[in-house]
Design a protein around this ligand. Structure first.
Ligand SMILES: Cc1cc2nc3c(=O)[nH]c(=O)nc-3n(C[C@H](O)[C@H](O)[C@H](O)COP(=O)(O)OP(=O)(O)OC[C@H]3O[C@@H](n4cnc5c(N)ncnc54)[C@H](O)[C@@H]3O)c2cc1C
Length: 438
């Protein structure tokens, strides 16, 4: 039998979390192997999506000189509140978005993840693709000492393993760190379509001045049938990323299918003109963990750390996931480096990773929104009743010519009381406050 290869660290999964961990380890001179099940890093990955450069710069300070394959900078962004026949738009555009590198870019994960993993390889990481980690290897004391893969003789050893396998966290579950039976109300399912349009046509539809301008819009209300969830419309270079996402529990409860919700959304009179005539390049579905702060797996044990979606690190309120993943990957990498310096790979030592995360925006934000899913569950009016009300109120406000303005104001309030009692509104606002403030 051939000798089992040994590294200083093993990283499972070459998504934003895993590649960030691997780069951090390699920069400190540690012999690191990054194992990815896809044919190439990014082959199986997709998101909305908007990437945030603050987290990337923390991992790879010279990322801009390395020419990342971004699509467009986000130079205009905001929210659309969609009723069945109209929209209230809250958009932000500013000269501040013109700086380079911008703070956020749209991207396609097949391109971005492949580029990011390539940077890791150039920094000395051994990137192995087409290889699935099937489980962690433990010694007689239960300490993780390596991984087993689906390759013949595919066992690899290291004193520390960073698991960044994404939302389908089977290895994390197998370690007993995560539960395998999370209720469907804590996992969202998103479907996305990539629709090609000629560059000039796309720029004219979204009022963009050229390839260095781009839009990111998150849409609520009728887009998800008035149910808790979000839709999105982002501009890539020559395509639109359009999608909808809802908690799995909502699909089940209301007996709707994800692809039906997306098809309906695309036909909405406000949305249809943006996608008309485009050619579908890609279509896919992906889970988003929304466990929240209170249901996260244990983040460390003897010889092992967990980072990114595998640990439920997604802030759905602000459509942030990749930056939490990159930051967690980097902090896991830094913890593993310290463990090497101390020669201590025990769970007790590795749990300093959690403290690092608690001190960063990652767990501060997840803690702040820990009650958001419960709130949306208990206050279903926000995505339906109030969005429709705002659209009707806007119609009244902008069209009440020749009516005394005091009467118009009363009519606008009456529209609200017709839908929801004053006590109902007060209860919803208190629920919102608690959802936003943890
Ligand atoms: C539709 C949608 C829209 C989103 N929009 C945004 C957005 O606009 N902005 C944003 O910041 N975030 C967004 N997110 C969230 C974001 O995509 C995730 O939070 C982020 O990708 C998490 O990174 P990760 O590295 O933890 O996991 P992943 O990106 O899932 O990477 C995990 C990697 O591990 C590999 N892997 C899994 N199991 C194994 C195994 N056993 N062995 C070897 N390899 C394995 C996978 O192939 C994959 O490459 C969106 C998500 C979805 C689904």
């Amino acid at each position: 039998m051939s000798e089992i290869p040994r590294f200083d660290a093993i990283v499972v999964g070459a998504g934003p979390a895993g590649t960030s961990a691997a780069i951090t380890l390699a920069r400190a001179g540690l012999r690191t192997i990054l194992i990815e099940r896809g044919h190439f890093a990014g082959a199986k990955n997709f998101f909305g999506g908007v990437l945030y450069t603050h987290a990337l710069a923390d991992v790879l300070p010279d990322f801009w000189e390395r020419k990342p394959p971004f699509e467009r900078p986000v130079t205009e962004q905001g929210y659309w509140l969609l009723s069945p026949d109209s929209v209230v738009r809250l958009m932000h555009k500013s000269q501040h978005y013109q700086q380079e590198p911008a703070s956020a870019y749209t991207a396609l994960r097949a391109n971005f993840d492949a580029w990011f993993a390539q940077q890791a390889a150039e920094l000395g990481v051994l990137l192995i693709t087409k290889t699935t980690v099937t489980e962690c290897v433990r010694d007689g004391n239960g300490r993780v000492i390596g991984v087993r893969t689906d390759r013949p003789d595919g066992e690899v050893h290291a004193p520390v393993v960073i698991v960044s396998e994404g939302v389908n966290n089977l290895v994390t579950q197998d370690l007993g760190l995560a539960k395998s039976d999370l209720p469907p109300r804590f996992v969202a399912l998103a479907v996305k379509e990539l629709i090609a349009l000629p560059r000039k046509e796309l720029e004219s539809r979204f009022n963009l001045g050229g390839p260095k301008e781009g839009v990111a819009i998150d849409i609520f209300g009728d887009a998800t049938l008035g149910l808790p969830g979000t839709a999105f419309l982002y501009t890539d270079q020559q395509a639109i990323s359009i999608g909808v996402g809802m908690l799995l529990g909502e699909f089940v409860k209301h007996r709707v299918k994800p692809y039906e919700v997306l098809a309906r959304f695309k036909k909405h009179p406000v949305i249809q003109p943006y996608v008309a005539g485009g050619e579908t390049l890609e279509y896919g579905a992906h889970l988003i963990p929304e466990f929240g702060y209170d249901r996260m797996p244990a983040l460390a044990a003897d010889g092992v750390l967990v980072a990114g979606d595998a640990a439920g690190m997604v802030d759905a309120m602000h459509r942030e996931g990749t930056n939490l993943a990159m930051t967690a990957g980097r902090l896991a990498g830094e913890t593993a480096i310290e463990a090497h310096r101390q020669g201590d790979f025990s769970g007790a030592f590795l749990r300093s990773y959690r403290k690092k995360l608690e001190d960063s925006f990652v767990l501060k934000d997840l803690r702040q929104y820990r009650r958001m899913t419960d709130f949306l569950d208990q206050s279903p009016h926000f995505m339906g009743t109030y969005v429709n009300y705002l659209n009707e109120a806007a119609l009244k406000y902008f069209n009440s010519h020749g009516i005394p303005k005091r009467d118009m104001e009363k009519q606008i309030f009456d529209l609200l009381w017709k839908r929801r009692s004053i006590f109902g509104v007060a209860k919803d606002l208190m629920g919102l406050r608690s959802g936003m403030r943890g």
